[in-house]
Design a protein around this ligand. Structure first.
Ligand SMILES: [Zn+2]
Length: 130
């Protein structure tokens, strides 16, 4: 199962590298730029509840309709660690080291502030749609 997933991850990585040759972003990639802040908040939300890891959070995000590959997720997690919202550590899972991330106190504070902004945006968007 894990080997199969690792194979899929490698395939996605190769596809991403191949598509990087094209200069114009596809519709999906343009939308990705629009959603990337939501993705970060989503990651922070889960990392405030329990330790998360790259492949797991990729699967969680795809459950919500976000198709993000390792070439996007791993730099995103690393960047959130660098900014102090997440703290990385290593866990041993089935004899393999896995890099996991947990929200820091600063990450939790940022999440709390973002929660209010998301609510405001949500209410405004749904008010306008009515
Ligand atoms: Zn989720």
């Amino acid at each position: 199962m894990l080997a199969e997933l690792a194979g899929q991850v490698r395939q996605v990585t190769m596809k991403r590298q191949a598509s990087a040759i094209h200069k114009m972003p596809s519709g999906r990639r343009k939308n990705q730029e629009l959603y990337i802040g939501l993705v970060r908040l989503h990651v922070l939300h889960h990392a405030a509840e329990e330790p998360i890891f790259g492949l797991g959070i990729m699967q969680e995000l795809s459950r919500h309709g976000y198709r993000l590959g390792p070439g996007t997720i791993y730099p995103l997690l690393h960047g959130m660690d660098r900014r102090g919202w997440l703290r990385a550590s290593w866990q041993l899972v089935a004899g393999r080291r896995r890099r996991t991330y947990l929200a820091t106190a600063a990450g939790r504070r940022a999440l709390q502030l973002a929660r209010e902004r998301v609510r405001e945006l949500y209410e405004e968007m749904w008010e306008a749609a009515r």
